[in-house]
Design a protein around this ligand. Structure first.
Ligand code: SF4
Length: 460
């Protein structure tokens, strides 16, 4: 199983960077690649990403700021060889990041080589890059780098998504994400915070924190601490949210499941560290439907929680999504959802008519509903949610609020309030006093008119 291409062994490969001497201050990484062709492809991908980020590749141990050892764990002999290669890299360089198949057995590696900086498993490219960034920060050079310091982004300059973990440990019956993306894998807090800091430095004014299950962040890595700005930062959503608040920009939390520790996010809103906004995908209200969905926190008393959050933070905006017409949903269960919604009075609501997804376990449930029933329930749900939204919007007329500007043209500016995430929530149209505004400006406006979801305002 051994295939060690000489050009990827820093100790064996003097020609890797021969054609391109590193520029002063450019961080240099060494790579030792063991194992089969699949591992080789992984090494190539990691090196490609690092090159694109401005790292140079070191042809020897001594010239490298850190060395990645991509290991093989297929046979005992391959494991022994991998452990030996890690030992050699530690002796020759001292700053070693382990990845690849043997990385799945972190305990074994740390037992033999406690001084390794990080251990990641096979195909965990993001985790390897995070570990390299932590060990050897990139040194962006706008004149020669292929990509900007904040990365290639598809969002406007003033807001950005910040992904804190991948995968999910739950098994909701209608969802295939755990099968497609695997279990929860959290990024180290230091890596997330460094990315957030780079984005803020590049002009981002609003961070949208995303993952499949934001409240579970860090569970898979035992909420490990990692350094940022000279202090140890715990990989836990409340600690992360608090640290992100130090950047002085808007921080919006998405996909929060109502686990008990979510209550600890509410005081951070009062401190101005995160926006008074929670996006909680409730999906339904009836406990039996939630059980059939196999949802996390299926038995939580959500109405009580919502009331408690609102007592503490009356201006909190709650957004959620729901599925109507789930297999077996009775008229009584659906009526429970409408009653729940009338009482919860959520600020922003999305609704989907249930449909099968290839590979999802819900497909095999009994009691699939005809399309007409799903349509009819969708219409009734939307009627209730629209009425609530209309009332809530009308109550904001005459108030002064802060908004962030998304677009400006000759007719006015399109902005959003703290209760509105881009793309999915409402907008605030500024049609008076918009001269001089630019995307990313945060300004105060007075609300003059309201519709079902959107507001019209003048700058004050
Ligand atoms: S719906 Fe969300 S929590 Fe449930 S399995 Fe899918 S990703 Fe995980």
């Amino acid at each position: 199983m051994k295939l060690n291409p000489p050009e990827l062994r820093p100790d064996l490969a003097p020609r890797i960077n021969a054609a391109e001497p590193p520029r002063p201050g450019q961080p240099r990484v060494g790579m030792v690649s063991l194992g089969c062709p699949k591992a080789l492809v992984d090494s190539e991908r990691i090196l490609t990403r690092l090159r694109a980020e401005g790292y140079a590749l070191s042809p020897d141990y001594q010239g490298a700021g850190a060395v990645i050892v991509n290991t093989c764990g297929f046979l005992d002999s391959a494991k022994a060889e991998s452990l030996e290669a890690i030992g050699e890299a530690l002796t020759e360089n001292g700053r070693v990041i382990v990845t690849g198949c043997l990385g799945a057995d972190e305990g074994l590696i740390r037992e033999k080589h406690p001084k390794v900086l990080a251990v990641t498993g096979p195909q965990q490219y993001e985790a390897v890059l995070d570990a390299v960034h932590a060990a050897l920060p990139p040194a962006p050079d706008p004149f020669v780098d292929l990509i900007p310091a904040a990365g290639v982004r598809l969002t406007p300059r003033h807001y950005a998504y910040l992904k804190i973990s991948e995968g999910c440990d739950h098994k909701c019956r209608f969802c295939v994400i755990p099968a497609m993306r695997g279990p929860l894998r959290s990024r180290p807090a230091g890596a997330v915070l460094r990315e957030a800091e780079r984005l803020a430095e590049a002009g981002v004014k609003e961070l949208l924190v995303i993952s499949q299950d934001t409240s579970a962040y860090g569970k898979d890595i035992a909420y490990a601490e990692s350094p940022w700005r000279g202090a140890a930062r715990r990989a836990h959503i409340t600690d992360l949210a608090s640290a992100l608040g130090e950047l002085g920009i808007w921080v919006r939390l998405h996909y929060i499941y109502p686990y008990p520790h979510v209550d600890r996010l509410i005081p951070l809103m009062a401190e101005g560290k995160v926006l008074p906004y929670l996006d909680i995908p409730f999906q339904h209200s009836h406990p039996d439907v939630l059980k059939r969905m196999a949802r996390p926190a299926a038995s939580a008393k959500t109405l009580d929680r919502i009331a408690a959050w609102r007592r503490e933070r009356p201006d909190i905006a709650l957004r959620s999504t729901f599925i109507v017409g789930y297999p077996g949903e009775t008229e009584a269960e659906f009526a429970h959802l409408l009653d729940w919604l009338r009482e919860a009075r959520l600020d922003r609501v999305g609704c989907f008519k249930y449909e099968n997804v290839a590979g999802a376990r819900a497909n095999a449930l009994e009691g699939h509903l005809p399309d007409e029933v799903k349509e009819e329930r969708y219409a009734r749900f939307m009627e209730v949610s629209q009425r609530i939204s209309e009332e809530k919007m009308a109550a904001r007329v005459g108030t002064r609020i802060e908004v962030i500007v998304d677009e400006v043209d000759d007719e006015g500016a399109v902005a959003r309030s703290k209760m509105d995430a881009p793309e999915i929530d409402g907008q605030v149209f500024i049609d008076e006093g918009f001269a001089g505004l630019a995307p990313g400006n945060i300004v105060e406006v007075t609300i003059e008119e309201a519709a079902e979801y959107d507001l019209w305002a003048r700058r004050t």
